[in-house]
Design a protein around this ligand. Structure first.
Ligand code: 0R9
Length: 642
């Protein structure tokens, strides 16, 4: 690309300093330089297209991962304005790509930007953090193009031909000197775009991965919007009513909600503000929960489901088995909380609450059979809660009689400072034995689990308290479960699941993750749950230090590196670890438990949701999806357990 020579004026120098700041502190603008931040680059660009769709001008967005990890995003909106901007004296399009936060500031008449990634910083940040960016615009019958390198204009916007229709296409290559890796995960992008399509009724989003010989692609367009979202989330669950309850109001704060009850015992409420997933909830969730509790209690009283002597149903009773998506649009959202995903705007609570009060009570009056099915479940949940309280009391009394409230199998650590303490939940007694001997007993505790675990999908809280497999986990963590869970009481800052790298290990991991997701969710949200990574292989040779490999790719890499040192494959002894129990205490310490050398994977809500989905599928009542999943995944099983 030929360099474009032009002199910088005072405005432009300020611009370059702005983008230089982005390159100096990328984390501040894009969250992180890990693969998460890399994906945010794509979301930032796609968010601009969604804004155009929300303004009513764009119906289709096409995303392509091109070979070499180049991202291409195209929309069929109005096209970014091309005329010279009166303030910057350069084209509006170049302004948007070179001035920090310009998209919002220079936006034309719409002035109502609601979509937005976690950081909402826009095109100029993506431009600053890319090796190159190419922007092509179709507008007013012309085809325009401009080109940047590391945020600097290399080729100013110029008309390069004629064009039919309107739209914007952006291609960029993220800067590999800034991001840890440029390897986009197709599945992550696919999931996000599916979610975006659910949240913007009728908008078509396509994604295609052209990096492999056989490209992967998907197309999302949901005329049902949130109704389709809830149906998707419940696809493997037994529903209590056929069609989701749908509530929509387009006032000053537009609110859209879909609700469907299932026979499961879990509560799944997903909330969004301006299409951003508010994982930590906030005022919109608060308003929704308050209204649910009030409306169902009022209905239960007025229709004799609750007698005068009966206590009111509690919120948790009413939310058992619920799947709901709550989406609000707020002009100036305030995000709070640890991950800045909690809505703080207090005015939203009342708006959501009064809207749901009205719409839901009308729905229940008009659909008495649905109301009956839901209320019967709520009442049985309230009975189970009472039974759980009694079971909990029993466990507490029993523990008070015993000398210690900690489970017998737990080898605790000596430190009582939760921040530095960690508990390894280990599958099997023999691995537990090695872990106990190998650990640093000052800050590492070991809790061996054995035998068949309880299927949490088919059990309520009353069955979990007192269950001989899960109760030790509850007691060891020390913070209760369900509505009683109190994160300030956790006894360990890290709860580490250490299971074999085989099918049984995967099963126990899924079971425990699902249990944490359903009954100790703040533990995951707070980032306290980890997966240990035991090695899969050991390469050894006399006179050479053992080499541990954690994946098949690691093994190939190690072979290559050793070959470069003159050590051939047939000179090496290869041990494939079938289970943790095969490692002696020293090996287990060195490879999996020593904080200096181990690799821990922090479990995110995404992982837990995936575990929950798989678990619902494998353990739930619906047979057909389970059969489909097993058939589709049977081919992978041999790779899991060689
Ligand atoms: C492929 C990625 N697409 C975009 O980034 C994109 C931005 C954009 C846009 C407008 C239309 N389509 C777009 N696609 C637009 C917005 C407005 C007026 N005309 C066109 C407006 O906001 O009023 N723009 C986003 C910001 C800007 N345009 C603006 F600041 F230049 F106006």
């Amino acid at each position: 690309m030929e360099k474009y020579n032009h002199k910088y004026g005072a405005e432009q120098i300020q611009v370059l300093e702005g983008l230089e700041a982005v390159r100096k502190r990328p984390g501040m603008y894009i969250g992180s330089t890990s693969v998460r931040g890399l994906h945010h680059m794509v979301y930032e660009i796609v968010d601009n297209c969604v804004d155009e769709a929300l303004a009513g001008y764009c119906t289709e967005i096409n995303v392509v991962i091109e070979p070499g990890n180049i991202i291409s995003v195209e929309d069929n909106g109005r096209g970014i304005p091309v005329e010279i901007h009166p303030k910057t004296k350069i084209s509006t399009a170049e302004t948007v790509y070179t001035v920090l936060h310009a998209g919002g500031k220079f936006g034309g008449d719409s002035g109502y930007k609601v979509s937005g990634g976690l950081h909402g910083v826009g095109a100029s940040v993506v431009n600053a953090l890319s090796q190159w960016t190419e922007v092509t615009i179709r507008r007013d019958g012309g085809l325009y193009q401009m080109y940047f390198e590391k945020g600097k204009t290399v080729k100013k916007l110029e008309k390069i031909g004629d064009a039919k229709g309107t739209g914007t296409k952006v291609r960029f290559l993220a800067d590999d000197t800034i991001f840890e890796s440029l390897n986009y995960e197709y599945e992550t992008l696919e999931k996000r775009f599916r979610e975006m399509a659910f949240l913007t009724k009728g908008l078509k989003i396509t994604i295609e991965d052209k990096r492999e010989e056989t490209p992967k692609k998907a197309e999302f367009c949901f005329e049902g919007g949130l109704i389709s979202f809830v149906e998707f989330l419940n696809k493997n669950k037994e529903k209590l009513h056929k069609t989701p309850i749908y509530i929509e109001k387009n006032g000053d704060i537009p609110v859209e909600i879909a609700i469907q009850y299932t026979s499961s015992y879990s509560e799944n409420i997903y909330t969004f503000v301006n299409n951003i997933n508010t994982i930590e909830g906030g005022t919109h969730l608060e308003g929704f929960k308050r209204s649910l509790t009030k409306v169902f209690n009022d209905y239960a009283r007025s229709h004799n489901f609750l007698k005068e002597k009966d206590n009111n149903l509690q919120g948790e009773d009413i939310r058992e088995g619920i799947t709901a998506v709550v989406s609000v649009k707020v002009k100036e959202p305030q995000f709070e909380g640890q991950t800045k995903t909690k809505l703080g705007n207090s005015e939203v609570t009342g708006v959501v609450q009064s809207m749901v009060n009205e719409a839901l009570s009308t729905f229940l009056e008009e659909n008495p059979s649905v109301a009956k099915a839901i209320l019967e479940k709520c009442i049985s949940a309230s009975r189970a809660r009472e039974a759980a309280r009694k079971a909990r009391e029993l466990v507490r009394k029993k523990n008070a009689l015993e000398t210690s409230t900690l489970p017998g199998k737990l080898a605790d650590c000596s430190s009582k400072n939760a921040d530095e303490c960690e508990v390894y939940i280990v599958e099997g007694d023999s691995a537990g034995g090695s872990a106990k001997q190998g650990r640093d007993r000052k800050f590492q505790a070991i809790l061996p689990l054995w035998g068949k675990m309880l299927n949490v999908e088919k059990a309520r809280a009353d069955k979990i308290y007192g269950n001989d497999k899960l109760n030790p986990v509850i007691l060891a963590v020390g913070a209760g479960i369900g509505a009683d869970f109190d994160i300030t009481k956790i006894r360990y800052g890290k709860v580490i699941i250490m299971a074999d790298a085989d099918v049984d290990g995967a099963h126990i991991r899924t079971l425990l993750l699902t249990f944490f997701f359903r009954y100790m969710r703040p533990l995951i949200e707070n980032g306290n749950v980890y997966l240990a990574q035991p090695p899969l292989y050991k390469l050894s040779k006399k006179g050479m230090e053992d080499v541990y490999c954690y994946t098949d790719e690691d093994l190939e890499k190690a072979y290559k590196e050793l070959e470069e040192k003159g050590i051939t494959r047939d000179q090496l002894g290869v041990q494939r670890y079938k289970g943790l129990g095969e490692m002696n205490p020293e090996q287990l310490w060195e490879t999996t438990m020593n904080p200096e050398t181990r690799t821990l994977i922090k479990v995110t809500m995404d992982d837990a949701i995936k575990a929950d989905e798989i678990f619902t599928l494998l353990m739930g009542d619906e047979v057909e999806p389970r059969r489909e999943f097993i058939q589709a995944n049977a081919k992978y099983v041999k790779n899991l357990d060689i």
